[in-house]
Design a protein around this ligand. Sequence first.
Ligand code: SF4
Ligand code: SF4
Ligand code: SF4
Length: 397
Amino acid sequence: MSSICEDILANGVITITGECKGCDACVKQCPTGAITVNGLGTKHAIDPEKCVNCGRCLVACPFGRIQDVSMVEDVKAAIAAGKTVVVQPAPAVRVALAEAFGAEVGTNAEGKMFSALRELGFTVVYDTLFSADLTIMEEGYELLGRIFKSLGLPGYENAGVLPQFTSCCPGWVRYAELFHPEILPNLSTAKSPMMMLGALIKTYGAKNLGVNPADVYSVAIMPCTAKKFEASRPEFISSGYQDVDAVITTRELAEMIAEAGIDFASLPEGEVDKLLGTGSGAGVIFGATGGVMEAALRTAYAVVSGEELAVLEIDAVRGEGALREATITIPLNADLKAATGAESVDVKVAIVSGVENVEPVIEQINAGTCDYHFIEVMNCPGGCINGGGQPIEHSIF
Ligand code: SF4
Ligand code: SF4
Ligand code: SF4
């Protein structure tokens, strides 16, 4: 493990630096009460024992006095050293990057992003959209196992408990570990898309590139500061090497592109590298709250009913409320009808936008009154499109 990762594990990702004005803007955004206030107008500090590394305070600080640990110099050094530097950009990066360089809001700059990454010297360009599909399938099948167990179907005795929470947001996972360890069995056992692709890059990817995994340097571009903590966790060496060596944010990538003198708007539409670069596209909606839930529900629906889920039925999980809920009725296929004696199963889901809004749900679980089957939690209000690693102003260059 690199020394920067050891430092992140010990001290966290986010620090208040310089001359803090004591204005309290960060305090109002912090979902965990991690910011220590010594009085209005005095310098504030962050308690790493309560911080989930989400960067919501960093985005909120009007004076730019909060910063996240940077791995940019490590990435540049790996490129300069001639390592095989493999990069994976997250779904929410491509649109924010376009906006950072002055494009119309909502523009998808995927092709230009791929070109920019190659100009910066990355050797291989993959895409987290590939492993978003894996997460969808893993979480979808895991949910089905837990539901089948609750229905008493044989063969599912070892499945987990209900409700199942999503596990792809490291801010939420850290929140659960720090403040509600009692509900950890409810979290999906699936790794996040970033960590799934990190492990694949150092194993299957290295083999297919004909490179020794020890010579592969794996970089993730994320809208998220908490991903730096996630990548540093000692659990994520399943490939035998650190699965993701460095995480840089959308904001840092935009700065690298500008610093290198690349005219982003004039770049050609580049291509992603095949093998681990292509996805179904379902992962694109991961960037907004409700996206992970919708994608996993579609998988579960198709497996249980043998049919595709209509767009209209899924509308209930879209939207902007802090806590949204819906019930999806899934017709059972012939085998499941025979096994259960039922025609259909009702799956009740909830979407939590802003990690502090999960508290009423956890209260229900602890009281034994929760009837949800599946709950998506995203630490940042609105999801990763509003993550702590995104460009802070609409157009920063
Ligand atoms: S928002 Fe910035 S200036 Fe204001 S208290 Fe927080 S760190 Fe200090
Ligand atoms: S990073 Fe998130 S949890 Fe940590 S102090 Fe900032 S807002 Fe609070
Ligand atoms: S919502 Fe997205 S950006 Fe925010 S902490 Fe979670 S994964 Fe990171």
